[in-house]
Every structure is written in structure tokens, then in C-alpha cells.
Write a protein that binds this ligand. Structure first.
Ligand code: ZN
Ligand code: ZN
Length: 413
């Protein structure tokens, strides 16, 4: 690829300055797999240039994770030592505060074939132990962002006919294209894109919708009632201290909070659902009074069941998101096998927790107050794609009017 190093440096700088928007005096905490080391180093350099006090990197390794899950005793793996939580809180509570960056270079099949129940219980134990730290990002208390780069395993899975190097280069090209880096001015390109998403968000908020209904030829007919005080959000978020940031790179969605007890109908998955390195294909879920009462999948149905049984909230949804079929990620024709990209290829719902920020004043409410508004709570938040090329979406306003939002997979608002 021409100018690869230039594009990579622009990508890193964009992630740090627009994604995390690192502020002088903050510590940037980067989570990165070993394969992402070159990108992590560029991000660290950009962060210091932006005035970061320090940069901490937590390295991970898919292969090592697999070894531990295969050979380690479940009891030991679920025993998450308190120092781990403390180490994050020490930064979060220190003077300059933190911001968080997660770099992904996933192997989509890293955990394929392992005992799905064990994998899911171990990841639940970790989530439980780190919940107070996770609330910093889940509640947008601090700036946080997630961005991806190719791993060889990921690239080879997407392009099995290519050599390792060609597959990696092709995936880099796709990431640069869909993340608007290719034109050479990602910061400017994102400004225009975010303005458009913000415009749609504002229109939706003015409609004061009570519910949205998805219909498509594959059998999906799902009515999603919205939480009390639900507000539509788009790409950009703002931290507790008023610093704007971009949580997901790339992003094409406008999303809000469903009411946990007011979802009715059936939804069919339109893209593979990757969970902990395993793939669930051809799934469907049926809702009654907001709860999933029936489900099925052509592949890995038992894993879907495990996920939905994580806790009580896992059978309800915490997010509904609108994404047009013309999204560059969808139009690339590639299934990325990575939620960060695939969720921006199609309309989706999320099993599990809602984002408090998607109800008015939600960040300042207690768990009970959020629940009273219909905001779902769970240890998980799993995006699953239900948007198709022919998806039709209508909204029903609290005044009783019906408004067309999508026709044939596209915005008509
Ligand atoms: Zn989403
Ligand atoms: Zn989501």
C-alpha cells in the first residue's frame, strides 16, 4: 500500500485526538493485543504530544488467553484479584484522571471449540470484579474509544484466498476506507460525517417517539417501545468533565434506549454474531413484554442460550440502533466478524445493559431510578444485527402519529 506509514500515523493521531480526545494532564490507559504494538506505540506518542501525563498499556494475547481457558481451573480463572480493579481506580481517582483506549486486533476464532459455558462464566467473573471500573466508560464519566487494526488471523479469516501479507494489507485498506482515513484528512472527514449524524439525532429527538417498528422480508416484525425519557444519541459523546469524544471508530449509528418491558415481536439476525471468538449464525429471538421467550440459531444455539442466561437482564435489550444499508461498512460487502465494524453495517439491538446516557439526565440517576424508567441492566451488552436491505422502520410518536424513518434500508427522515 502506498504511504502506509503516513496513513497509519494519521489513523493513530485521529484515534487519540478525536476518538479519546486526550486532555493535558490525563493518563491514557490503552488495552492492546501484542499484535497491535506498532499502533499502540504511535497512539502513545500522539497522546504525549497532546499533553498526556502518562500512558499505561495493558497487553493481551489471544493465544495465551486460549491456553489459560483450556488448561486453567475455572475456580482460579474466576478468582479476579482485587488489585486489578484497584490499579484502574488509582488512575481514575488521581488528579489528572484518565481516558481509555481499546485497540482490537482480534482473532475471531481465538476461542473456537472451547467449553462455551466456562468461557462465558470466566468472562462474567471478570466483568463483575471490574464493574466499578467499567462504570467509568459505560456511564461516559471519562473519555473512551475503541479502534481496530488487522491481526493476521482476522485478515486470513476474511480473505482465505489471499496470502497472509496480502490479506493483512487488504484489511488495512478496508479499515482506512471505512474509518475515512484514506482521503488523508480523517479529522476533517469526520467532522462532516458527525454533523450529518447529529442532524438525524436531533430530528429523532424532536419527534418524541414512543416506539419504533422494524419490518423486513426475512420475517422480522419487531416493535421496540422506548424507555421513559429516552434520548437518541449519535457518534459523539461528552464526558462528565465536558470533554467530547468518539467511543466507536468507525460509527454510523443513531441509537437510544428501549423500554426493558415494552418490546414485542420477532427479530432475525442478518449478520453473524461473534461472541468470545465464537460465531452464532442464523439466529432469531422472540420477545413478549420485553423479555426473550424463545430463541434459535442455525449454528451455536447453545452458546446463544448461555449468553441469554448470563443474568436476568440478558434476556431484555438495552439498545436499539439505526444504521442505513448504504453504510460504507455494509457496502464494502465484507462481513468483518467484529462487532465494532459489523454493528455499523446494519440496524441492531443489544442484549443486556442500556447506556444511562440514553435517557434524559440518566448519568445522575441511581440503578433503581433507571430501572423505573425501563432502562435495562445486565453484566452484558451484546450488539446483534437485525437490519436488512429491505428494512422498513416506522416510528410512533407519543402524540399517536406514525412517521416513516427507513424505507428499503435507508433513512427517509
Ligand atoms: Zn450500537
Ligand atoms: Zn451497542
Amino acid at each position: 500500500m502506498e504511504h502506509f506509514d503516513t496513513l497509519l500515523a494519521k489513523y493513530a493521531d485521529f484515534i487519540v485526538r478525536v476518538g479519546c480526545n486526550v486532555q493535558p494532564g490525563q493518563t491514557l490507559i490503552i488495552g492492546a493485543p501484542l499484535e497491535a504494538a506498532p499502533l499502540a506505540r504511535l497512539c502513545a506518542a500522539s497522546a504525549f504530544d497532546a499533553g498526556a501525563r502518562d500512558v499505561r498499556v495493558d497487553w493481551s494475547d489471544d493465544a495465551l488467553t486460549r491456553i489459560r481457558l483450556e488448561k486453567g481451573a475455572e475456580e482460579a480463572l474466576c478468582d479476579v484479584k482485587p488489585y486489578l480493579l484497584r490499579s484502574y481506580l488509582d488512575y481514575a481517582e488521581s488528579e489528572g484522571g484518565v481516558c481509555v483506549l481499546n485497540l482490537l486486533a482480534d482473532d475471531p476464532e481465538a476461542l473456537a471449540g472451547l467449553d462455551a459455558g466456562k468461557v462465558s462464566r470466566v468472562s462474567t467473573a471478570r466483568r463483575k470484579a471490574l464493574a466499578p471500573w467499567r462504570s467509568y466508560t459505560m456511564n461516559d464519566r471519562v473519555q473512551w474509544s475503541i479502534a481496530a487494526m488487522p491481526s493476521a488471523a482476522w485478515a486470513r479469516k476474511l480473505f482465505p484466498g489471499l496470502s497472509r501479507d496480502d490479506a493483512v494489507e487488504k484489511l488495512w485498506q478496508l479499515i482506512f476506507d471505512t474509518c475515512r482515513v484514506t482521503g488523508g484528512d480523517p479529522v476533517g472527514a469526520w467532522k462532516a460525517h458527525l454533523d450529518r449524524l447529529t442532524g438525524l439525532r436531533d430530528k429523532l429527538n424532536r419527534l418524541d417517539l414512543e416506539s419504533v417498528r422494524f419490518e423486513s422480508g426475512n420475517g422480522t416484525d419487531l416493535t421496540v417501545g422506548l424507555a421513559d425519557g429516552a434520548v437518541w444519541e449519535s457518534a459523539g459523546s461528552v464526558s462528565e468533565k465536558g470533554v467530547p469524544f468518539l467511543p466507536n471508530i468507525p460509527t454510523e449509528e443513531v441509537f437510544t434506549a428501549p423500554h426493558r418491558d415494552k418490546v414485542e415481536g420477532v427479530a432475525y439476525g442478518t449478520k453473524p454474531y461473534i461472541h468470545n471468538g465464537q460465531t452464532i449464525r442464523g439466529f432469531h429471538v422472540t420477545f413478549e413484554k420485553g423479555r426473550i421467550t424463545a430463541y434459535g440459531a442455525e449454528e451455536n444455539e447453545a452458546l446463544l442460550g448461555e449468553i441469554l442466561d448470563t443474568d436476568e437482564g440478558a434476556r431484555h435489550i438495552g439498545e436499539v440502533a439505526l444504521v442505513p444499508a448504504s453504510s460504507p461498512i455494509n457496502r464494502s460487502g465484507v462481513i468483518f466478524c467484529n462487532t465494532l465494524f459489523d454493528e455499523n453495517a446494519a440496524c441492531h439491538i443489544a442484549f443486556g445493559a442500556s447506556y444511562p446516557g440514553t435517557t434524559r439526565g440518566g448519568a445522575g440517576l441511581t440503578e433503581e431510578q433507571l430501572l423505573a424508567r425501563g432502562m435495562n441492566q445486565s453484566l452484558i451488552h451484546e450488539d446483534v444485527m437485525i437490519g436488512a436491505e429491505d428494512t422498513r422502520i416506522t416510528g410512533r410518536t407519543r402524540a399517536g402519529e406514525t412517521v416513516a424513518l427507513f424505507e428499503n434500508g435507508e433513512w427517509v427522515l
